[in-house]
Design a protein around this ligand. Structure first.
Ligand code: NDP
Length: 330
């Protein structure tokens, strides 16, 4: 293909507008690997970028899309050759560098991960940044000592969202009892189908803790909500348990007391997928490939096209997307 489609963002008088354009390879930014993209995905951060929020993009015109999977078309790097299947998440691609909402991208070889054996590009992106981050969170909780044999429930907040849905699947496959918190009662059957063993109303844990210490409840937490939900989770941790703080869908600020840390040895583990070093990435993708059943992954995935993204970008910020959305960019 000589030219190819891309979703472009332009800024006009402080407002960001999306349109689909044809680009040529010469339009793409510098990098040592040219990738023909099969699939990208929609993540919460894409929603922010599509709506011009969060000051994540400073220069327009811009091609968003924080992750993609495809095939190397040309490479100046010894690490990759034409025909290699690859994926990319993070490194601020789609923010400071043109991203995956296009049929081609030119990026640094260091940012790429070989597509794991046994994963298609579509399924890799059904996992995407959100699912990869869920795996990093669980790895961090297990590094901290979480084990199924310890008993108790592991809580997933924002469970019907992308990160939450994959976290529920992974924890269930690993043998944990999974408490799924959602604001959408309509998604209870969906979450049970992913492996949740109990369901929690978002409102129950979304309030600031009324006391420094609440009853010991969670043996671990994968939190994509933040804000008062995070504060509540910290106050409800069992002895020496931890919250993996992954997201801020419900807010960025939280407050509490130091008593859970001093009296229960509680921990908050920060999860950053963007600058995650390569060895941890490889380990996480290997584990994801082993743990997630392909058909279950397909069942939580919807497919969209570039033209659907402006509308979907609004919906994800309102918490109206269930599971994961893959984007066929061609
Ligand atoms: P989704 O929108 O798919 O999931 C977020 C979920 O949070 C929603 O589905 C909803 O779940 C819940 N939610 C939404 N709004 C609120 C609210 N106001 N109060 C409480 N709960 C709410 O997004 P993603 O899964 O893509 O991302 C989740 C979070 O993780 C985001 O904040 C994102 O920025 C962050 N993230 C961080 C990464 C990192 O590297 N640290 C990487 C990837 C994502 P329900 O309806 O079930 O209640």
């Amino acid at each position: 293909m000589s030219d190819f489609p891309a979703l472009m963002l332009d800024e006009d008088a402080g407002k960001v507008r999306a349109s689909i354009r044809r680009l040529s390879e010469a339009d793409l930014p510098a990098g040592d690997v040219l990738v023909r993209i099969d699939y990208s995905t929609l993540n919460y951060k894409d929603g922010l970028i599509l709506n011009g929020l969060g000051r994540l993009v400073r220069t327009y015109p811009h091609v968003p899309g924080i992750d993609f999977a495809g095939t190397v078309e040309a490479s100046d790097s010894a690490a990759y050759k034409p025909g290699d299947k690859v994926l990319l998440t993070g490194w601020r691609v789609g923010e400071t560098h043109w991203g995956g909402f296009a049929a081609k991208a030119r990026v640094k070889a260091d940012w790429l991960v070989p597509l794991p054996e046994g994963l298609t590009a579509r399924r890799a992106m059904a996992i995407g940044t959100a699912g990869f981050t869920a795996m990093l969170a669980i790895n961090a909780l297990e590094d901290h000592g979480l084990r199924p044999a310890n008993g108790g429930d592991v809580l997933v907040t924002g469970a019907a969202g992308g990160l939450g849905s994959i976290a529920v699947v992974l924890l269930s496959k690993l043998g944990y009892a999974v408490a799924a918190s959602t604001g959408r009662a309509s998604q209870h059957d969906y979450l049970r189908g992913l492996g949740a063993t109990s369901l929690i109303d978002r409102a129950e844990i979304g309030v600031a803790p009324p006391k420094p210490l609440l009853s010991e409840r969670w043996s671990g937490v994968v939190d994509s909500v933040g804000g008062t939900t995070l504060a509540n989770c910290v106050a409800s941790l069992r002895m020496r348990a931890a919250v993996a703080s992954c997201g801020n869908a419900g807010g960025v600020e939280f407050s509490g007391t130091v008593l859970p840390f001093l009296l229960r040895g509680a921990s908050i583990l920060g999860i950053d997928s963007v600058m995650c070093p390569l060895p941890r990435r490889l380990e996480a993708w290997k584990r994801l490939t082993e743990l997630i059943p392909g058909e279950l992954l397909d069942s939580l995935t919807e497919e969209a096209r570039l033209s659907d993204l402006p509308e979907l970008g609004g919906k994800i910020l309102k918490g109206e997307i269930r599971g994961r959305v893959v984007v066929d960019v061609n």
